[in-house]
Design a protein around this ligand. Structure first.
Ligand code: NAP
Ligand code: MG
Length: 498
């Protein structure tokens, strides 16, 4: 008699190494130029003194392009162009016409989003999955959202007149180049301002491709001007007398120096600075969901996010279960070519950023915390890489529990009661974001109201929407971007009438 075939056993959870996937590289047939000039008064122009610098691909360490370095005379030209546009074609345009430009720009970004995502990944080092599925859709969404506000400011500020502030000087960091640009330019234009923007020195390429879209959309000359260069150019923007408002996203250190420089001047200021966000995982949380949220919050973006969930506060009874899940999940993360569609963890943005991560991680080991890292292979052939990992045995006084690592490294601490969790989460100089993981809705509401963080996510993490204001408390800065609150950073509100 034939033996009955035995039933296939239920597959065990595969907590082993990542399955090997065939490489799935994104096509790189994008219009990457050899050199990029300044975008002033609607034209691409050479810098007055001819100075240039190079930008590299962090995944290879190789040069991508040469960029123009704006000197003082170039900045003056950009500010004058922005002021002329304000007095002229842009300032006199009906709000609904401003809205049409923003809608047009949003649609053109959607049409060219694949190309922009590839260029962003090449210049920044973040995985194509992130630029393609998160950054670019959000960039378009910000232009669409603010296009809708352009002719409805009377509803945003009822009974009062909302007038543009004037020329906005905008300075952005390297971690979300296009997205930070959209967060700054879309509300400024919707409210009738003009702009002089400086991208980060290491990620300026996509800003200049967006400038091409502004040209193609027929945006009047001088409404947006893009000047490229290093931090000293940022400093000159901050001090320029022809600029009425400074919007800055970057480090707390530079933010403080900007606040000092602007103090006593009529310039308006918003600062979006660093963070040291805490995930709070309660005993009743769905652990698999929580671990996935934690992984998303710190590893998928190399930890290069101001609101990265870089501290994990776990209730004591589930500490071992969470750490065990995390250890296995870490082994399945794919680190490698950012242009490969299977890559989870891309390249560290620069040699300088890698050195900062290494220094802080070494301090964690020296202070007695225990480091666990993925043993994934590091790509050969150059570039900057860091194996994702976490620290256990962390005490709140350790530097890795207090300072922004800005890399794929998590610091795990424990707590006993919800009150202790709140105290630990708030025990930081920053106050940008936090995450709560629990099945109890009432607990979410209570804890969220006690957390000193501008954004609190519950049972999810790193979710953004242009209608939702984003910004910090304490050393994470002030002012909001997005939503109704974000508009008020770009208007002077006068009482009475429209
Ligand atoms: P950063 O050094 O402060 O640089 C940010 C921008 O400021 C860059 O364009 C930079 O130019 C420019 N800059 C440098 N020195 C300046 C000065 N003295 N005056 C005016 N501008 C100056 O920050 P980063 O290291 O590039 O970015 C990472 C930091 O940004 C992290 O701390 C992160 O938390 C924070 N961040 C915050 C948010 C948020 O929304 N809260 C979002 C993203 C990032 P160069 O790059 O050319 O030097
Ligand atoms: Mg680069």
């Amino acid at each position: 008699m034939k033996e009955k075939p035995s039933r296939p056993s239920v597959p065990e959870l595969n907590f082993g190494r990542a399955l090997e996937y065939a490489p799935s590289p994104e096509a790189t047939s994008v219009p990457l130029r050899k050199r990029y000039d300044l975008f002033i008064d609607g034209e691409f122009v050479l810098p007055t003194d001819g100075a240039t610098y190079e930008t590299i691909n962090p995944a290879t360490g190789k040069k991508l392009a040469t960029l123009a370095e704006a000197g003082p005379a170039d900045l003056d030209r950009a500010v004058e162009a922005a002021r002329r546009a304000l007095r002229g074609p842009w300032g006199s345009l009906a709000p609904r016409e401003r809205g049409k430009y923003l809608f047009r720009i949003a649609r053109m970004i959607q049409e060219r989003s694949r190309e922009l995502a590839i260029l962003e990944t090449m210049d920044n080092g973040k995985p194509i999955r992130e630029t393609r599925d998160i950054d670019l859709p959000l960039v378009a969404a910000h232009f669409f959202y603010h296009a809708g506000w352009a002719d409805k400011l009377a509803y945003a500020f009822p009974g009062r007149a909302a007038r543009p502030i004037g020329v906005a000087g905008q300075i952005i960091p390297w971690n979300f180049p296009l997205l930070m640009m959209a967060w700054k330019i879309a509300p400024a234009l919707a409210c009738g301002n003009t702009v002089v923007l400086k991208p980060a020195e290491t990620t300026s390429i996509t800003a200049l491709h967006l400038a091409e879209i502004f040209q193609d959309a027929g945006l009047p000359k001088g409404v947006v001007n893009i000047v490229t260069g290093d931090g000293s150019l940022g400093e000159r923007i901050v001090r320029h007398p022809g600029i009425d408002k400074i919007a800055f996203t970057g480090s707390t250190e530079v933010g403080k120096s900007i606040a000092k420089a602007v103090a006593g001047t009529p310039k308006k200021l918003t600062l979006e600075l660093g963070g040291k966000a805490a995930h709070i995982v309660m005993e009743d949380a769905s652990l698999d969901e929580a671990v996935e949220g934690i992984v998303n919050g710190i590893y998928f973006n190399q930890g290069h996010v101001c609101c990265a969930g870089s501290r994990l506060l776990v209730q004591e009874g589930i500490h071992d279960a969470v750490v065990e899940r995390l250890r296995h999940r870490l082994q399945t993360l794919r680190l490698g070519d950012p242009l490969d569609k299977n890559t989870d963890v891309g390249a560290i943005h620069s040699a300088g950023q890698l050195a900062k991560i290494n220094e802080l991680v070494a301090s964690g080991v020296a202070e007695g915390a225990c480091l666990v890292q993925s043993d994934c292979p590091i790509p050969e052939g150059g570039g900057f890489w860091f194996r994702p990992g976490y620290f256990t045995g962390v005490s709140p006084s350790h530097r890795i529990a207090r300072e922004e690592i800005f890399g794929p490294v998590l610091s795990i601490l424990t707590f006993r009661t919800p009150q202790e969790a709140i105290e630990r989460a708030n025990n930081t100089a920053y106050g940008l974001s936090a995450g709560i993981w629990t099945q109890k809705g009432s607990r979410i509401l209570k804890m969220a109201s006690q957390l000193k963080a501008g954004v609190v996510w519950a049972n999810t993490y790193n979710k953004f929407d242009p209608a939702s204001p984003f910004g910090g408390y304490k050393e994470s800065g002030f002012g909001r971007e997005g939503g109704l609150q974000g508009l008020s950073a770009y208007v002077r509100v006068e009482s009475g009438g429209r």
